[in-house]
Design a protein around this ligand. Structure first.
Ligand code: EZ4
Ligand code: CO
Length: 405
């Protein structure tokens, strides 16, 4: 089965997505997600100019060899642009192999370890009451686990709010340049424990709660927060600190039993190796879309299982339904699956462009037995939604110092 074309599409059905389509001489095609939020066109150029010419004529069944060819063969290993580009190709090849076999991709990974995929939703708000109302709605909708974020008093626009995009702070800005937001660690640390205290008072201990710090603390500040949150029994605290220095997590670990999760910005197993081996984390959050596709994520999941680390793949709105489907297949298979982040199925525009087969039911995602990844892409519809340059926000301290967002 020879690759005869590699097509790259950029569309913006409410936000930007990069979609890879690999066509073969047997008439079958495979689809992959290569969306890198805020740097989409770098991946498009990488795929178009540097990868596509090398793949024409290759055997589409050689997933592993093509992965190694694109990873080792380019000399410049790793990095988000390279690994997102490889991910787009890798997913499309797995999708194709499933279609040839007439089997959903999870069957090719080894079959089902479970019947449904537990998810956590997001509750955001401008203040504690709003966040807790949102949490209440999610509990009514059947969610068993929810991430709580709330705007910090005195820090306009931070967490839970982004000017007009009130209900979601991470949405792409659709502004000419990155929007800037204020950050103050002291205000944050003084406030966050009260959010969880009130959540427990109102809804009890059964609902599982999570929180994303977005790497804005130092290890000792994160350790303090972890200790203060212990009475509220979080499922995990996400990205308490940046992880370029993997020893950061060891320090937090020594001070608190609040479980730790990290990995959404990682792109290779080497970003996570020390964290996993030293058992400094409880959940690894790497995404197939940003870390080389199913081939490499499957390896990372197996490696993590040796150290009691479970998986909690990143599930933001800036991963396309194809990337979410890749996670669904990995999640149904992985013996050490933990939980999937899930923020809903996107708006009508997105559903016009991507036809997927996942359904939400009572706190879980269900996967249909469709050959391949089970997502289709409507090229004609995609043309209605051209790419719009867009950025994630940027954080600064009051004195102007640039901070982690
Ligand atoms: O801010 O995906 O856990 N989820 C997150 C995300 C990230 C965006 C960045 O592209 O932190 O929503
Ligand atoms: Co996050």
């Amino acid at each position: 089965m020879k690759i005869i074309d590699v097509k790259i599409f950029v569309s913006c059905p409410s936000r930007n997505f990069v979609t890879v389509k690999i066509e073969t001489d047997e008439g079958l095609y495979g689809l992959g997600d290569a969306t890198l939020n805020g740097r989409e066109m770098a991946v498009v150029a990488y795929l178009q100019e540097h990868i596509k010419p090398c793949l024409i004529g290759k055997d589409a069944h050689q997933i592993e060899d093509i992965w190694q060819y694109l990873y080792k063969g380019c000399y410049w290993r790793r990095g988000p642009i390279t690994m997102t580009a490889i991910a787009g190709i890798d997913m499309a090849l797995w999708d194709l192999k499933g279609k040839v076999a007439g089997l959903p991709v999870y069957q090719l990974l080894g079959g089902k370890s479970r019947t449904k995929i537990k998810v956590y939703g997001h509750a955001n708000g401008q203040n504690i009451d709003e966040t807790l109302d949102h949490l209440g709605k999610l509990i009514e909708d059947g969610y068993k686990a929810v991430r709580l974020q709330c705007a910090i008093p005195g820090l306009e626009g931070t967490y839970g709010t982004l000017a007009d995009k009130k209900d979601y702070y991470e949405l792409q800005s659709n502004r000419p340049l990155p929007p800037e937001q204020l950050w103050d660690t002291n205000k944050y640390l003084n406030f966050i424990p009260s959010l969880f205290k009130k959540a427990r008072e109102k809804y009890g201990m059964e609902i599982q709660l999570l929180h994303d710090v977005h790497s804005r603390l130092t290890p000792i500040e994160a350790a303090k927060l972890g200790k203060e949150l212990e009475p509220y029994n979080l499922l995990f605290l996400e990205d308490p600190v940046p992880a370029e220095n993997q020893s950061n997590y060891k320090l937090i670990r020594h001070h608190t039993t609040t479980p730790l999760a990290v990995g959404e910005v990682f792109n290779s197993i080497w970003d996570a190796k020390k964290l996993i081996e030293s058992q400094s984390i409880d959940y690894i959050r790497m995404a197939a879309t940003h870390a080389g596709g199913l081939t490499s994520i499957k390896r990372i999941m197996d490696f993590a299982s040796l150290y009691n680390v479970r998986t909690a793949p990143h599930g933001p709105p800036d991963i396309s339904p194809i990337g979410h489907a890749a996670h669904a297949h990995l999640n149904i298979w992985a013996p050490n699956f933990g939980i999937q982040e899930f923020v809903g199925f996107g708006g009508t525009d997105m559903n016009k462009v991507f036809k997927h087969s996942l359904t939400y039911d009572n706190g879980h995602l269900l996967l249909k037995d469709i050959p391949g990844l089970g997502v289709d892409f409507d090229e004609q519809e995609a043309k209605q939604f051209p790419y719009k340059r867009s950025y994630l926000p940027i954080s600064r301290l009051e004195d102007g110092t640039l901070w982690d967002w």
